[in-house]
Design a protein around this ligand. Structure first.
Ligand SMILES: [Mg+2]
Length: 390
């Protein structure tokens, strides 16, 4: 089997005003994604997602060009089922064969950032093809599911102190036993973030797990004050307290508190995860398959979590494709105990594909359809690709 064509499309879905939410990323008026499509000479097509932003809106022109004009041409004519080899060729560029020969990385200049996101989407599509070619789900290719089902946490929580309890309780009413809210710079002060978290805990009671996500917007001292202020709220984890450019600051925060620290959605490759592990800056690792280097890199990071006794909690905020990629990796690892499920307006999760697995009382069953296990709705693709260009 050979790769015939690698293409990328920027999709943009305008979110109706009533579905928009506001955070430090601004008001989310559109949901954007880059859809990767890999076609083979045997008629199989694989799909993937490459992210240009950890939030869901952002320009995807550069990443689409990177896939089509830089990564894709390196892989035309290769066997799509040799996913690990394709990863090495894409990561090491003109020294791909040499890197494989010597057994160590000889990366091209784009060894972090959008190039890795582009490789992520291509890698995801190759795993989709490999699974489809063998008629097995990706999770089976990764060693099979460790558990028949996994709970999900409801990810949202943007409301102010007066309304956050009710907003999170509405998620609990849908069956979720764990919920995540946003804090940090969007609140204007540490005291305001603490107030919102206390109001949230009062609203949902003591039996529901509560996580907070600062999107990397606090200084280390602010994050330490925040952790002290919410000590009695029993947080399941505090996510991305500080800038991803200040991992030493995050490690300092972690040393100051008993609250587990989560991060990973802003990291690229296993190498950055290794560095963060060595600095002891996290308890929970959150790789995003559409950012960090695809399923290939996520499974290596899962192995690091298993080795270092860290929790794996894939970042699953994105389209149905990155969601499914993280789901397969999560089910295959004993280190994963919970999945993220977006409660924001997320058309790319719910409308891009026709057969997204749904949580039942807050739990997902292990995926069992071949490949990534979802079917891309081509009429949705042509409608929202067209809108982006107009
Ligand atoms: Mg996050």
């Amino acid at each position: 089997m050979k790769i015939n064509r690698v293409s990328a499309q920027w999709l943009r879905y305008p979110i109706p005003v009533e579905g928009q939410h506001t955070s430090d990323f601004g008001t989310q008026r559109t949901f954007d994604m880059t859809l990767i499509r890999i076609e083979t000479d045997e008629g199989l097509t694989g799909y993937g997602e490459a992210k240009a932003a950890v939030g869901s809106s952002g320009a995807c022109a550069s990443i689409a060009a990177c896939v089509e004009h830089e990564i894709g041409p390196m892989l035309i004519g290769q066997d799509p089922r040799e996913v690990g080899r394709a990863w090495e060729l894409a990561y090491n560029g003109s020294r791909g064969e040499l890197a494989i020969k010597h057994g160590r990385s000889m990366p091209a200049l784009g060894r972090r950032g959008l190039t890795i996101c582009a490789i992520s989407g291509v890698d995801m599509a190759l795993w989709d093809i490999l699974g489809k070619s063998l008629e097995v789900p990706v999770v089976q290719l990764l060693g099979g599911a460790c558990r028949p089902s996994l709970p999900a946490y409801a990810s949202g929580g943007w409301a102010d102190a007066d309304n956050i309890g009710a907003q999170l309780q509405s998620y609990v009413d849908e069956g979720f036993d764990a919920v995540k809210m946003r804090v940090g710079a969007m609140d204007g002060s540490v005291a305001a973030s603490i107030d919102r978290v206390k109001a949230a805990r009062r609203g949902i009671g003591d039996q529901v797990d509560l996580m907070c996500d600062a999107h990397g917007t606090m200084s280390p001292s602010e994050a330490k004050r925040f952790c002290r202020g919410v000590e009695d709220c029993s947080l399941r984890w505090f996510e991305e307290p500080c800038s991803s450019d200040d991992d030493a600051g995050t490690a300092e925060v972690r040393r100051s508190t008993a609250t587990p620290i989560a991060l990973g959605e802003s990291l690229f490759t296993r190498f950055e995860v290794r560095d963060a592990i060595e600095r002891r800056s996290m308890d929970v690792v959150q790789p995003d398959a559409a950012i960090i280097g695809g399923i290939t890199e996520c499974r290596r990071i899962a192995a690091l979590c298993e080795t270092y006794q860290l929790e794996l909690a894939p970042h699953l905020w994105g389209s149905a494709l990155s969601f499914m990629a993280g789901l397969h990796v999560g089910f295959a690892s004993p280190a994963c105990r919970i999945l993220e499920y977006s409660l924001g307006a997320n058309p790319m999760l719910h409308e891009l594909v026709s057969d997204l697995p749904k949580p039942s009382a807050g739990w997902f069953a292990s995926p069992n359809a071949p490949g990534l296990g979802v079917t891309v709705n081509e009429s949705f693709v042509s409608e929202y690709a067209a809108k982006q260009q107009s």
